[in-house]
Design a protein around this ligand. Structure first.
Ligand SMILES: Cc1ccc(S(=O)(=O)Nc2cc3c(c(O)c2O)C(=O)c2ccccc2C3=O)cc1
Length: 251
């Protein structure tokens, strides 16, 4: 019975975050800093006595390794793990592999700002045989080709993530298990949008700090007992959220 315990953990710095490139479905690894963030995330769970019984993650190594590193430092490396493309980062289409300057040059400020704020406008598609395409990657062979993303808007991410929430995560919660979801900025945004009932207009402005577990207690209707959940290191979370807000204002 309620309350159900859910922990969200966004992977830390990746090799392309450090280079300020759009990553999306490109499968880059964590940097040393990103690994340390994951380890600290596990320590925070352990200190809080919030021990996952099962973990759900994506098919991308930065999330898979964040799950493993955090669970190891929480002494919970032995729990069952489930991986799905439905928890992958948002597919950034033709922007994958590009930095801000290249995008501004190629598409202009107007288009850039529109994409940035938009909920339902996807970037241009990435051709199946393009340099940063994963269209023919073995791990996506089980997705029917017509369903395989070649670009996504946030709305697309919500729609492909929600079946996984209902069919795979909720059943685990219903058995009384504490569930860890170790995933990405936009796949976690999609989940938080659903949990907290955030509007299409507001969700683009929501940033989930990396490496700090976000704990939700859900009632019998799967509504958060505390809206927006509780970060296991509230000060660090507050500072990180402020920093991203200021970074976004930077020209
Ligand atoms: C690689 C990169 C480019 C631009 C930035 S930003 O400082 O301008 N902030 C930023 C930019 C964007 C985005 C963003 O969240 C952001 O913080 C987007 O979400 C986005 C979604 C679909 C197309 C384009 C964007 C987008 O340009 C950060 C990182």
């Amino acid at each position: 019975d309620a309350p159900y315990k859910l922990i969200l953990l966004r992977h830390g710095e990746s090799e392309w975050n450090a280079k300020n490139l759009f990553t999306g479905w490109v499968d880059v690894d964590l940097t040393d800093k990103g690994e340390k963030e994951a380890i600290r995330g596990g320590e925070l769970m352990k200190d809080a006595g919030l021990l996952p019984d099962v973990v759900h993650t994506s098919l991308q190594k930065r999330a898979i390794r964040t799950a493993q590193l955090s669970l190891t430092s929480a002494d919970r490396h032995w729990i069952p793990v489930h991986r799905s493309w439905r928890l992958n980062e948002r597919h950034y289409g033709a922007l994958q592999g590009k930095n801000k300057a290249e995008i501004l040059e190629q598409f202009g400020e107007e288009q850039f700002m529109q994409w940035r704020r938009s909920y339902d406008t996807p970037p241009p598609v990435l051709d199946a045989d393009a340099e940063w395409s994963q269209y023919n990657d073995a791990r996506y062979a089980t997705i029917p080709p017509e369903l395989r993303p070649q670009t996504e808007c946030l709305k697309d991410v919500v729609h492909r993530m929600m079946p996984y929430w209902y069919d795979s995560i909720v059943p685990d919660l219903l058995t009384g298990r504490t569930v860890l979801v170790a995933a990405h900025g936009n796949s976690l945004r999609a989940l938080v949008k659903h949990l907290d009932g955030i509007s299409d207009a507001d969700i683009a402005g929501l940033n989930i700090p990396t490496g700090i577990p976000l704990a939700y207690e859900l009632d019998a209707e799967f509504k958060p007992v505390v809206p927006h959940g509780t970060y296991l290191d509230p000060e660090a979370a507050k500072a990180a959220i402020e920093a991203v807000k200021n970074q976004g204002k930077k020209k």
